[in-house]
Design a protein around this ligand. Sequence first.
Ligand code: 8X3
Length: 254
Amino acid sequence: MPYHANPTPDGSKPIAVVTGASSGIGEATARQLAEAGYRLVLGARRLDRITALAAELGGEACHLDVTQRASVDAFAARLPKLNVLVNNAGGALGMEPVAQSVDENWRTMWETNVLGLMMMTRACLPALEASGAGHIINVGSIAGLESYPNGAGYTTAKHSVVVITETLRVELLGKPIRITEVDPGMVETEFSVVRFGGDVDRAKNVYRGLTPLVAGDIADIIAWAVTRPPHVNIDHLRVTPLAQATATLAHRVG
Ligand code: 8X3
């Protein structure tokens, strides 16, 4: 869809940061924001991938590990002004009942999805405010709105993202910073392959017999949300494939 970035108060090109921009929703969002007229600053651990993407889209790439305070602060220090922060870095590791929880998986999920998002947001808030028209997009999940068996390491982390978004909406009232959370259901990306430790067949089975969302579907929604007129704040969007009603209820054919 052709969306157009709102003009900045000083007429300069608006700047958008996308975390986890090396693949999936992050990469697709970078592409659509570039098309909408943003100058990109891409962050990810896989620097080779985002360097190529930034060269293609005309932005900058910078190594970013959202779980490391020094990495986050060094990244944010490059940005005196920032219009859009897309907190996309995150993901799931494993699926097991609480009784068999894997400490390391929980720790990683909480560090990336919760502490990483908090540290990036905290570090970028001054630049978002300085722009005169900032916007935070938190990429959450349907897992932030529901619980499901064997998923608590991830669902607890994504529930926290919902609470952080709601808290920021109240705390930022009166400042020129919009905040939106997008909560996708099934999106076919590397997400399930990573969750299942590289087991491609198990990952494919998640989307068996239905048409899942693709990364571009979520990127389209993010690009739409950030290009609404500056007085319009889209709070929260829950987005699933037509064939998915809840985190655990999908209509499959075959
Ligand atoms: C991904 C959706 O349902 O696998 O964020 O948790 S789910």
